[in-house]
Design a protein around this ligand. Structure first.
Ligand code: NAP
Length: 278
């Protein structure tokens, strides 16, 4: 006989407060939706454009059967002052934060030598420096939420591009790839730094999920059909794939997981030769 004492709560987010950066669309909106449907009390979403935030909040608050609510705060999480403003706004409404999802990310693609410096700066500022500052400035609120039995969570939405070299040449994404490798390693460092303060940090690394960020590259690579055929699962990622993984990563069932990166790409990273036609 095995006692799985917490079996019924592995994915239960009742009473939890979460913040999802880049929550107005794409993977961030999938995460916010999953959290509310799993019983979260408050899900803050942030993105730069007020309109996108307002529309997403309206849609989230109409989800059937939810107990909690979504709250939108527009802001730029590549900007340290704006992150501090976000912390202050969250604090006005909630005394603690259980879950921080550092999801907002930027990419840039193009040939190597003409790469404009602003593009490199934009990618690194959001995908690396911004994630570090989010974790740093939200730590006091996360620490208030975490306990030895139920740690607060930081999840970095990274990319399989951080573990291999996906695209060089005409449409190269070298600094995006490097930024995501840095994001994985940042998550590992935070796991060790913050673990003793009852905050765990892990990363999830998606492969292709159709989205505003990914669609341009998907087209350049030959379109969805071609990428599906190159994937061992013969499909791209869908909302439920991200929702289920991220729910596991923030739920009570993963209390002991710390410093782990989970690739979420159907196995496509293992067959890169089929994507090397650029
Ligand atoms: N989709 C994929 O295939 C894929 C694969 C691997 C990894 N990822 C990663 O997944 C994450 C989400 O990507 P996605 O595909 O969901 O992209 P998306 O659909 O383009 O959504 C990006 C979100 O981030 C927000 N955002 C962008 N810059 C921001 C900033 N400086 N401050 C605050 N919010 C900002 C956007 O809203 P505003 O424009 O209003 O700011 C939007 O809500 C990224 O980190 C990306 O690298 C995606």
């Amino acid at each position: 006989m095995s006692d799985l004492d917490n079996f019924h709560n592995y994915f239960n987010l009742s009473g939890k407060v979460a913040l999802v950066t880049g929550g107005s669309r794409g993977l961030g909106l999938h995460a916010a939706t999953a959290f509310l449907r799993a019983g979260a009390k408050t899900v803050f979403i942030t993105a730069r454009k007020q309109k996108g935030v307002d529309e997403a909040v309206a849609a989230l608050n109409k989800l059937p059967g939810i107990q909690g609510r979504a709250i939108g705060i527009a802001g730029n999480v590549a900007d340290t002052d704006d992150i501090q403003r976000l912390v202050n706004k969250v604090k006005e409404q909630e005394p603690k934060l259980d879950i921080l999802i550092a999801n907002a990310g930027a990419t840039w693609g193009g040939p190597f030598e003409p790469t404009p410096d602003w593009a490199t700066q934009k990618v690194l500022d959001l995908n690396v420096r911004g994630v570090f500052n989010l974790a740093r400035l939200f730590t006091p609120l996360l620490e208030k939420a975490g306990t030895a039995d139920s740690p607060a969570r930081i999840i970095v939405v990274s990319s399989v591009a951080g573990s291999h070299v996906p695209h060089v040449g005409e449409h190269g994404t070298i600094m995006y790839s490097a930024s995501k490798a840095a994001a994985h390693h940042l998550a590992r460092n935070l796991a060790v730094e913050l673990g003793p303060r009852n905050i765990t940090t892990n990363s999830v690394s998606p492969g292709f999920f159709p989205s505003k960020l990914a669609n341009g590259l998907i087209e350049i690579l030959g379109g969805e059909e071609e990428l599906k055929q190159a994937n061992p699962r013969r499909r791209l990622g869908v909302a439920d794939d991200l929702g289920a993984i991220i729910l596991f990563m923030v739920g009570p069932g993963s209390n002991y997981m710390n410093g782990v990166d989970i690739p979420l790409d159907g196995g496509a990273r293992l067959v890169q030769g089929t994507l090397s036609k650029l």
